[in-house]
Design a protein. Structure first.
Length: 380
């Protein structure tokens, strides 16, 4: 099924069912996955010990079936964000079958289909955690791969055959969503859902900049929330495709100056999914109405260059947003279940993750790459 493009429409009559034979826990606590051993090197198979820190009453072990390939995984293994731990098994859009569930975890049972996202855990004590914004925990970000744990172990992500997580940060997936289509919801989905929900986009004009892994989900969400959505993209030939996602129109950004002039002060909200910081932010901002909101979710290295008057003279706001808390993530999964929203994905075997990375780097993924683990190729 390498390179197969799948538009999975969730159908109420096709529901995920727990497998008759639930896979067993990881043998000897070992997983096998695709790892990067040295910064910027290709992925190679690796067998490694799962973190023993996550084997208590509050934890879940899953047999991973699918994992989305997020641009952040690639930034991390390229060392774009500084210090990292090696070897690294990335993947923070993890979907699998629960094979071990701690007794304090009440919302998941063995055999359930579960998912874990980028945040491994948080302090649960600080103001942000208590305000249901644990992604901004005062104690810092704990990624689900490459994080050193208090007992000296490390977290490993969904490019590995098993994943251990904190129950409170593990979610049951609605039965009417496919595993491959649900995986990208855990990062790309919540990253775009939450700021659109917080911007209260119903009845507003929303522009989505960059229609890739994040952007295509942003279009689906904003349309389902009742916004009038315009795609801003350098692809001039994808109008029909954008409309199929729920957009009502598109703007060709290949001549950005012209596009900016023709669409000046037009949008209430603009969500930018492009991770490059070499774009001219001022030309994009000029398309926002007075008091409009520019939401930045594309996260790459570099600096955003914005002339202060671009913000000041129209009272525009610039906001950032990072994934979501467990509660916000569950709200998003429920929204997806109700509105039949999944990621549009291309699935490749996990052994071919280097091909998936190449497609993400070349922006040729349609729209999100997902890796599938051996034995789960035919799973819903
Ligand atoms: Zn991500
Ligand atoms: Zn906290």
């Amino acid at each position: 099924m390498s390179g197969e493009s799948v538009e999975k429409k969730p159908k109420s009559e096709i529901l995920w069912k727990s497998p008759e034979v639930v896979p067993g826990p990881a043998k000897d606590g070992l997983a096998v996955g695709m790892a990067v051993h040295v910064e910027k090197e290709p992925f190679k198979p690796w067998t490694y010990p799962l973190p023993t820190y996550f084997t208590g009453d509050d934890h879940v072990e899953m047999k991973v079936t699918h994992c989305g390939v997020c641009h952040s995984d690639i930034h991390t293994v390229n060392g774009d964000w500084g210090a990292a731990t090696w070897p690294m098994v990335p993947g923070h859009e993890v979907v699998g079958i629960a094979v071990k569930v701690g007794k304090n975890v009440k919302h998941v049972k063995v055999g359930d289909r579960v998912a874990a996202g980028p945040q491994s855990f948080s302090c649960q004590e600080c103001g942000e955690c208590k305000a249901d914004y644990s992604q901004y925990c005062d104690e810092g970000w704990k990624e689900c791969f490459g994080t050193k744990l208090p007992d000296g172990g490390f977290t490993f992500g969904g490019y590995g055959s098993y994943h251990r997580s904190v129950g409170a940060f593990t979610h049951k997936i609605p039965d009417n969503l496919s595993s491959a289509g649900a995986a990208p919801l855990l990062c790309a989905g919540i990253t775009t859902y939450l700021p659109l929900r917080n911007a209260d986009v119903k009845g507003k004009k929303v522009a989505v900049v960059g229609v890739g892994g994040l952007g295509h989900l942003a279009v689906k969400f904003a349309a389902a929330m009742g916004a009038e959505v315009t795609c801003i993209s350098r692809s001039s030939d994808k109008e029909a495709l954008f409309k199929s996602l729920g957009a009502s129109g598109s703007i060709n950004a290949s001549d950005l100056k012209k596009a900016s002039e023709e669409n000046a002060i037009k949008f209430d909200v603009m969500l930018n999914t492009i991770s490059s910081t070499s774009i001219d932010f001022n030309l994009y901002l000029a398309m926002l109405k007075a008091r409009g909101t520019f939401i930045q979710v594309g996260a790459g290295p570099g600096k955003m260059q914005i002339a202060p008057p671009t913000m000041i003279m129209k009272g525009r706001s610039l906001v950032g947003s990072l994934v979501g808390s467990p509660q916000q993530t569950r709200e998003m999964l429920d929204f997806c279940s109700t509105h039949g929203i999944e990621a549009t994905v291309e699935v490749v075997p996990v052994a071919e993750v280097n091909t998936a990375v190449e497609k993400v780097n070349n922006s040729t993924a349609h729209f999100r790459m997902v890796v599938v683990h051996p034995g789960h190729e035919n799973d819903l």
